[in-house]
Design a protein around this ligand. Structure first.
Ligand code: NAP
Length: 481
């Protein structure tokens, strides 16, 4: 039996488990630090939380599902994750409330010793990390934050408080904040939205499917697949807009500018939300409701960073203090800290975090030379590509191909050559510089590490990744005995 450990029961861990379940001679365990499955959709429970990718693309290709809306809400996504877990019999393999802390490669046995937070150790032939990308909150370091007397929390650690009539500060205007602000504005007394640098916002056009549409997607063979293919086709084309010299870049900017002009009434607010950098520099934001919410009399856009926090309020960069009862930190995540919280030691006892001191990288975002039989889902330079779930499926297929070789006894280890990994990173950098110049155009985004390397983004559409991973699965990994 080939024993496989999967770390994380989010969409990546689920994809890997479903595909591994089809391989003979493999037994696997899924370790999950939370009390339930779903990953990001388990953690993020803020008001208005929903996906901004079409449901038919943000779902697994191996299961037709009766989605009620074009964009699923967080409870619907959590129910979907639970459904997939039950439908494919993954539950007996789950070890919830169990954080993996250490992995050590043992050369003599060609296995990893895995240690959990509870101090238990177990031995595995293969380890798949499916920790997700946007899971480590980014907490700001404002003076006075600890002295704030009201509730203060990060969006991914949402605390239920009755906001009726309360004054709430939401700091940040990324994809999360644009969902929270419209959701809380109708009940809150006053909402202050602190914007350090605006993002380009596109209308999301979300809506419920009509009963007729649902019937068609459920009963007409290939209808859902055809819609999915169409969404991916549009997404692959859209990627061309990341080239700042392209006509699509101009069209994306024009679309967002028109959206500002037609939805925001106040001229000063219109100017304040209009970015000065190309579309695609930050992760594009999709929301049909954020701009209209800024027209409300109880919502004020504060177009400044936060300077400090007082026991009773927030002081902006111009020195103005606003009294607030609740402080919501919609300040994002630390995606460049891959494998945060897990110490992985490969050949010669080298830690992956030491190997990544200069820059986090992995071959196709999946394997790191010197760390045999260790695979990463949603690793460096794999974010993007239309739907992350599709990216995760492609990664899971590479991993399962390698595990199959191990399970059939054709190899004891699968590793990557340093040269292949080096060439991959050089190719990513070239592609980002030529086809995705918008990401490098100088705004604040979460793609770059402290040395300025873009370590999170895949430099193309999903099609390119699907082709790349097919080639890698066949030719790119070195098998050894
Ligand atoms: P984000 O996009 O990183 O936005 C963080 C916001 O906080 C930015 O407006 C940032 O301003 C601001 N900020 C950060 N530190 C600050 C500080 N010290 N002072 C003042 N402002 C500060 O984070 P997010 O909105 O949580 O979204 C993260 C990602 O999660 C998204 O990009 C997306 O990939 C994913 N997401 C996806 C969905 C979905 O539906 N699929 C929904 C929500 C989130 P600057 O712009 O100036 O840095």
């Amino acid at each position: 039996m080939t024993r496989v450990a999967i770390i994380g029961a989010g969409m990546g861990g689920i994809a890997a488990a479903v595909k591994l379940g089809r391989v003979k001679g493999v037994e696997y365990t899924i370790f999950e630090q939370s009390a339930g499955v779903g990953g990001t959709w388990f953690d993020n429970r803020y008001p208005g939380c929903e996906v901004d990718v079409h449901s038919h693309a943000y779902s697994f290709s191996f299961l037709k599902y009766d989605w009620p809306r074009t964009h699923a809400t967080q409870p619907e996504l959590l129910a979907y994750a639970e459904h997939v877990v039950d439908r494919f019999g993954l539950r007996p393999h789950l070890r919830l409330n169990t954080r993996v802390t250490d992995l050590v490669w043992e050369e003599s046995t060609s296995k990893y010793t895995l240690q959990t937070e509870h101090g238990d150790t177990e031995s595995y032939d293969v380890v798949i990390s499916a920790l997700g990308l946007l899971s480590v909150p980014r907490y700001p370091e404002w003076p006075g934050l600890d002295e704030f007397t009201g509730p203060s929390f990060h969006t991914s650690r949402w605390e239920e408080h009755d906001l009726t009539g309360k004054s709430v500060a939401v700091v940040g205007t990324g994809s999360t904040a644009v969902q929270i602000v419209p959701a809380i504005a109708p009940t809150a007394g006053q909402v202050y939205v602190y914007q350090r640098e605006p993002g380009w916002v596109e209308p999301k056009n979300e809506h419920d499917f009509t009963p007729r549409q649902r019937w068609i997607f459920k009963n007409v063979p290939l209808a859902q697949r055809a819609n999915r293919a169409w969404i991916f086709h549009k997404g692959n084309r859209r990627f061309r807009g990341y080239d700042t010299g392209s006509g699509r870049q101009q069209r994306m900017r024009a679309l967002c500018e028109r959206f500002i002009a037609t939805t925001i009434k106040d001229e000063t607010t219109r100017t304040a939300v209009t970015p000065s950098y190309p579309w695609g520099c930050k992760r594009p934001i999709l929301s049909s409701t954020f701009y209209p919410t800024l027209n409300r009399s109880n919502v004020e856009l504060v177009p400044h960073a936060v300077r400090r926090v007082t026991p009773l309020g927030v002081v902006d960069a111009t020195g103005v203090e606003r009294r607030v009862d609740v402080l919501v930190l919609s300040t994002g995540f630390q995606p460049t800290k891959f494998l945060a919280g897990v110490d992985v030691k490969g050949r010669d006892g080298r830690s992956i975090h030491d190997v990544w001191r200069e820059r986090a990288s992995a071959f196709m975002g999946i394997t790191v030379p010197g760390f045999p039989n260790f695979f990463i889902l949603y690793g460096p330079n794999t974010n993007g590509g239309v739907s992350v779930i599709a990216q995760l499926e492609r990664q899971a297929e590479v991993v399962v191909g390698a595990v199959r070789r191990l399970a059939r006894g054709r190899a004891r280890v699968v590793d990557t050559s340093p040269e292949a990994a080096r060439r991959f990173v050089a190719w990513v950098d070239r592609k980002l510089a030529s086809g995705a110049s918008a990401m490098e155009s100088g705004c604040h985004n979460y793609y770059h590490d402290s040395s300025g390397h873009n370590v999170t983004q895949w430099p193309g559409g999903h099609l390119a990744y699907a082709v790349g991973t097919r080639v890698v699965a066949r030719f790119g990994l070195r098998a050894g005995r």
